[in-house]
Design a protein around this ligand. Structure first.
Ligand code: SF4
Length: 151
């Protein structure tokens, strides 16, 4: 059975920078979970960052936290780990949290910590997309359900 990589915070794990979660409630997710289809990852934790951690945003090609610390390396490490997981398990679909500097698949924050979103991808979403993995978010879950069912 083909698996789906999923952001850990969608499943109720308190892995976000603020120690909170972002549960994504949908019966299909429960079904996939029960069927053992989901491979769970928090790229920022896999990259070595703690919970809680400072908010971070992409600034050009770097990721900088709100205290001006460069965390690009940790974000890249987490993205590489996510890609490795997908390649090892031949995962072709990922369901990742929109707007995150790691997981955002179509929009992220603009790098000024002022709450403004811009078109762009998080570090992990971008790396996975570049390697042929289809990345979806909570906003495109219905599309994922269709594509996964039709594969
Ligand atoms: S890096 Fe991704 S999985 Fe981890 S808390 Fe942020 S959005 Fe959720």
């Amino acid at each position: 059975m083909n698996k789906i990589l999923i952001s850990s915070c969608f499943l109720g794990n308190k892995v976000r920078y603020d120690g909170q979660t972002k549960v994504l409630v949908d019966p299909q997710i429960t079904t996939w979970q029960q069927q053992g289809c989901l491979v769970v990852i928090c790229p920022e934790m896999s990259g070595g960052l703690p919970v809680p951690r400072a908010r971070a945003e992409q600034v050009g090609s770097k990721v900088i936290d709100e205290f001006a610390v460069d965390v690009t390396e940790q974000f890249q490490r987490g993205a590489s780990y996510a890609l490795e997981l997908c390649q090892k398990q031949q995962i072709k679909f990922a369901l990742l949290k929109e707007y995150s500097p790691s997981c955002g698949s179509s929009q992220i924050y603009n790098g000024h910590f002022n709450g403004t979103k811009v078109d762009g991808q998080g570090v992990t979403a971008k790396l996975l997309s570049e390697h042929g993995i289809a990345v979806y978010s909570e906003l495109t879950l219905e599309q994922l359900i269709r594509d996964y069912t039709e594969q």
